[in-house]
Ligand binder design. Structure first.
Ligand SMILES: Cc1ncc(C[n+]2csc(CCOP(=O)(O)OP(=O)(O)O)c2C)c(N)n1
Ligand SMILES: [Mg+2]
Length: 892
């Protein structure tokens, strides 16, 4: 009894406070009310040590209360009709594709849940071009592609035939790619997002890169936004969350995440036993983002407004996502009983609603008014990035065919009855007898719907998505920058990293080119001897340098500046790669030919962030990836996790990536010079991977004879010829990277001790040679009877006598990929296996790529050709001090 009395008193007391607050609200507005609450909290703490319980979340209701909503500016009815048309054609595209070709796939339910989120943005927010010439960038969720195509069809940008060939890209006339791929649809898609997690992290770094361009004076600040549309399941990817504090730290109010919280992923609920919206709210609020929850549609407004004691919102917050999912598929009666039935006061709140009305209560993400209000608030918000968490139903509108069901993600077929229901629900004028074909439907150009949507897009500057290359080609880069490197180091020793850094410093000083270069480093500048650049061009910081650097009195102090040029990203290869992509695609997105050089520990490149490199390739990204401290035996001491003997193997799969393993300064100069020309003058959609090492070596002068430049670029040239070519015993040694120097030592030993005259070849790119050889073979296969093409590698080596011995600091498979085109016996030495912490000499002995093993391999090959006796080889093992019983490095 006493309990109830206290309860009653509490209720009364609470009411009085709420009434007072209402009064303050009506007189002073929400800002005043917020201040008052803060003062009350402070007072309570001071007076009686009352601490508010920590809460990372706000109650389970919309962040924007209905009175605060921006008014909806368009025609709701017209936009609903347009949205229905987009829905229908998106669905028809997938259903038809799978009727024609069983198993071709496609997704219906992702877009079905996101249609309102997209349509409101298309009609009111996505700026294709503002008056100031700026624009928005949109990362569309990959699986929503059918909806984006469908809209483009209605806009008259994609013909029906192409729609028909969704996922049939090889059909005559072409089709539409399954997901956003700029490589495949270079005039349409800008950002490949379907590998989940890569969209959000790229969006963050893109938004930051825009600020970088603005702060460096390369771009006018004009208020364009970067939007990323994401799945709630996708937020589990580490890349989705891993860089969110960068966005808040950098105050990126040009960035908006829209997470479609349909509570489901592929197999089932995202958080069946929890609440994904609350979880994400806590994470993003904690990280300093502006969080806008769009949970309930307008149907809920009056219920929530009348929930004076907060019992409804409390109850809504108790229910798990798994249970909410159940409500979506259940009847209104179940909903009433299960959700409201726990408290007679709750039941009373909904007694005026029928079961049917209850079942139809819309969620926030399906209500254009709520979605519009959230976007408006996000666009107007300043000082931090915004995330919108919109609650929706996966497969919305599919009814029995999958709405809200666990199977919905994979649903691609609808029977006639299901099609009929969908058609009727969205009011598409297709007669019953045509329904079974799921025909596309587009009203005529002068229909109200098409006119409305065209007018909206016109108002917003044009269609989206649309990919255009805006930059004009660069002018030729002066030869003078490169000349010093052709001369070699004249007896001094230099590592290829030092050479690269010196060349970079020179390019940075070029009056035209210099400003376009974007050096990107994940906390390894000192490792690569690049600290001189700190002072030369500064480290980018959006706030400048707010402290006195501890090394201020040194020459190479850590200089941060608002117009600093280096992107010193900290320890994030993924983030750095995203900066690389942003800078390497600016020629298209921003019309600026920025040239990124991303310099990193080669081991943490392809192996760690290979999928981002793949996305960069898809995006036609340009620039130079520079794998530093590369090579399994060249990086002394670091051991298993650091020594990279396979990045060149992992570079093989990327079709438009040029991969080079240069040995000498002049090779680096030739490659970079040609790279800039091909990418920024000739406008080729390629990018570069270059390995450089930290072993100080004598850099020779570029040989004068032969077509060395062409050889370097195509992958192979003769570095030197044996000076005793009349010798009976001949061999050809192929070297690359620092192992070239072991090859040169082997050449001397072979000559002096074994009377073998060997030529030395520099292989700068096994990948280029492999690609060229395959290209020739393919052509020959397709053109029988015509004079066959000879691969460059065969052509170059065809007159070279003796066996061929290749040695590199990478896996044996790399040279071996050429074996069948090498005109003679071919032996490959490489560094298969786990690295060790050791000295270079010990490592090269262990991996059998040092001079003595090259000598042994050469003698063995000559013995197989019966040119030397086997006893010579046996004796060599003893003379060279080779341990025959040592462990096999490949498996130990
Ligand atoms: C990196 C990656 N892993 C797995 C997939 C396969 N996949 C495609 S969609 C999907 C579920 C997506 O769920 P969610 O992010 O919630 O998007 P929704 O369709 O619900 O909007 C999965 C696992 C993928 N595309 N990318
Ligand atoms: Mg989902």
């Amino acid at each position: 009894m006493a309990q109830t009395e206290t309860d009653g008193q509490e209720v009364l007391e609470t009411r009085e406070w709420v009434d007072s607050l209402d009064y303050v609200l009506s007189q002073g507005g929400p800002v005043r009310a917020g201040r008052l609450l803060q003062q009350l909290a402070l007072h309570a703490r001071r007076a009686a040590g009352v601490n508010l319980p920590f809460s990372a979340t706000t109650p389970y209701q919309n962040t924007i209360a209905s009175p605060q909503q921006a008014p909806f500016p368009g025609s709701q009815e017209m936009e609903r009709r347009i949205k229905s048309l987009v829905r229908w054609n998106a669905l028809a595209m997938v259903v038809r594709a799978n009727k024609i070709q069983e198993g071709i796939g496609g997704h219906i339910s992702t877009f079905a849940s996101a249609a309102t989120l997209y349509e409101v943005a298309f009609n009111h927010f996505f700026q294709a071009k503002t008056e100031s010439g700026d624009r928005d960038f949109v990362y569309f969720q990959g699986h929503a592609a059918p909806g984006i195509y469908s809209r483009a069809y209605l806009e008259g940008r994609i013909p029906k035939e192409k729609l028909e060939n969704f996922r049939r890209e090889l059909k005559p006339g072409g089709g539409l790619s399954s997901y956003p791929h700029p490589w495949l649809m270079p005039n349409f898609w800008e950002f490949p997002t379907v590998s989940m997690g890569l969209g959000p992290i790229q969006a963050i770094y893109h938004a930051r890169f825009i600020r970088y361009l603005e702060n460096r004076g390369l771009k006018e600040s004009a208020g364009g936004k970067v939007w990323a549309f994401l799945g709630d399941g996708e937020m589990d990817e580490p890349e989705s969350l891993g860089s969110i504090t960068l966005a808040s730290r950098e105050n990126l109010d040009n960035l908006i995440f829209v997470v479609n919280c349909n509570l489901q992923r592929l197999d089932g609920p995202v958080r069946g036993n929890g609440k994904i919206i609350q979880e994400l709210e806590a994470i993003f609020r904690g990280a300093g983002w502006n969080v806008i929850k769009v949970i309930w549609g307008s149907d809920w407004d009056s219920l929530i407004r009348n929930d004076r004691d907060g019992i409804l919102v409390r109850r809504l917050g108790e229910i798990s996502d798994g249970q909410y999912q159940k409500y979506f598929v259940e009847s209104g009666a179940y909903f009433r009983q299960n959700l409201f039935g726990t408290d007679p006061r709750l039941l009373k709140m909904v007694e005026h609603l029928s079961d049917e009305q209850l079942a139809r209560m819309r969620l926030g993400g399906h209500d254009p008014i709520k979605v519009h209000a959230a976007y408006r608030a996000a666009v107007d918000h300043t000082g931090s990035p915004t995330i919108i968490l919109a609650k929706t139903i996966k497969g919305y509108g599919l009814g029995e065919a999958g709405e809200g069901k666990n199977i919905t993600h994979q649903q691609k077929k609808l029977n006639e009855e299901e099609l009929e229901l969908f058609r009727s629900r969205f009011g598409i004028p297709i007669p019953d007898d045509e329904l079974h074909n799921a025909p596309f439907y587009r009203p005529s150009d002068d229909s109200a719907e098409i006119k409305y949507m065209q007018a909206r897009r016109q108002q917003l500057g044009g269609y989206m998505p649309q990919r255009k290359v805006l930059a004009t080609p660069l002018k030729a880069v002066p030869e003078a920058h490169f000349e010093e490197f052709y001369k070699g180091t004249d007896g001094r020793e230099a590592s290829t990293t030092m050479v690269f850094v010196r060349l970079l410093a020179k390019l940075l000083r070029d009056p035209e080119l210099g400003k376009l270069i974007v050096p990107i480093i994940p906390d390894e500048a000192r490792t690569f001897g690049m600290e001189a650049l700190f002072r030369q061009v500064g480290i980018y910081s959006s706030v400048g340098q707010l402290y006195e650097p501890v090394d201020m009195d040194t020459l190479l102090y850590y200089k941060e500046a608002k117009n600093g040029q280096i992107l010193e990203e900290g320890i994030t290869e993924a983030g750095s790669m995203c900066s690389f992509i942003a800078a390497g695609t600016a020629y298209a997105n921003h019309g600026i030919n920025t040239i990124p050089f991303f310099i990193y520990y080669s081991m943490f490149g392809f192996q760690r962030i290979g999928d981002l490199i793949w996305a960069a390739a898809d995006m036609r990204c340009r620039g130079f990836l520079v794998g530093g401290t590369a090579g399994r035996t060249t990086l002394a001491g670091e051991g298993l996790q650091h020594q990279d003997g396979h990045s060149h193997v992992l570079a093989l799969p990327v079709p438009n990536l040029m991969a080079y393993d240069p040995a000498f300064a002049y090779e680096i100069a030739v490659i970079i010079q040609d790279g800039i020309k091909r990418m920024y003058i000739d406008q080729e959609s390629i990018f570069y991977y270059l390995t450089v090492t930290n072993e100080p070596l004598h850099m020779p002068e570029m040989p004068k004879e032969g077509n060395i430049r062409e050889g370097i670029l195509r992958g192979l040239y003769r570095f030197n010829t044996s000076n005793t070519p009349d010798q009976k015993l001949r061999a050809q040694l192929l070297g690359s990277g620092t192992i070239m120097y072991e090859v040169l030592k082997a050449q001397t030993i072979l000559k002096e001790k074994y009377g073998v005259a060997a030529d030395v070849w520099s292989v700068t790119s096994y990948k280029e040679l492999y690609r060229n050889a395959n290209d020739c073979e393919r052509w020959n296969m397709l053109h029988p009877g015509e004079s066959p093409k000879m691969p460059f590698v065969t052509q170059t080596l065809k007159d070279a006598p003796g066996p061929f011995i290749a040695a590199s600091d990478y896996m044996k498979v790399l040279p071996e990929s050429l074996a069948k085109w090498v005109p003679g016996q071919f032996v490959s030495l490489g560094t298969d296996g786990f690295g060790r912490s050791e000295s270079r000499a010990a490592l090269r002995d262990f991996f059998e790529v040092d001079a003595k093993h090259i000598v042994l391999a050469t003698l063995g090959a000559l013995a197989r050709e019966k040119k030397v006796s086997i006893d010579v080889v046996k004796q060599a093992i003893r003379d060279l001090g080779i341990n025959q019983e040592k462990l096999n490095p490949a498996i130990s």
